[in-house]
Design a protein around this ligand. Structure first.
Ligand SMILES: [Mg+2]
Length: 135
């Protein structure tokens, strides 16, 4: 059994009768809102323990966010691993050809002249998404 988040969360959804879709799909407003609320709750729990911890709580809540995010992607039929790969490809273009990184005063990495924005729409189209299409 793979231990990738996508596979683990799929196992969970299948075991508990939760939605699983294989193609990017616009779901009902009720379901979409429910998934958004679940993720917001977990993100709020991360915020609660981000500064004062303890570290095991932070690790737990971070994992909950990832788990729920993968679940939400699965409900919508999105292959999230492929989307993350595209975000990573784009992020790596922030590195200049000289290998230097431009940073803001707070440490955030800035986009250089070679930056390429992620094309998430293209990734979803490759997964079978029809923008504006109905389920
Ligand atoms: Mg939690």
């Amino acid at each position: 059994m793979s231990s990738s988040p996508a596979d683990l969360v799929r196992e969970f959804h299948l075991a508990f009768g939760l939605d699983v879709r294989g193609t990017p799909t616009e779901v009902s407003t009720t379901l979409a809102a429910h998934r958004g609320e679940l993720l917001a709750e977990e993100a709020a729990e991360v915020a609660e323990v981000s500064v004062d911890g303890p570290l095991d709580r932070l690790a737990h809540e971070l994992a909950d966010v990832v788990y729920v995010a993968y679940g939400t992607a699965l409900v919508h039929g999105i292959d999230l691993d492929a989307v993350i790969a595209e975000i990573h490809r784009s992020n790596m273009t922030k590195l200049g050809p000289d290998g230097r990184v431009a940073r803001r005063a707070d440490g955030k990495v800035l986009k250089g002249e070679h930056y390429e924005a992620p094309d998430v729409s293209a990734v979803l189209r490759r997964q079978g998404w029809t923008p504006g299409g109905s389920a």
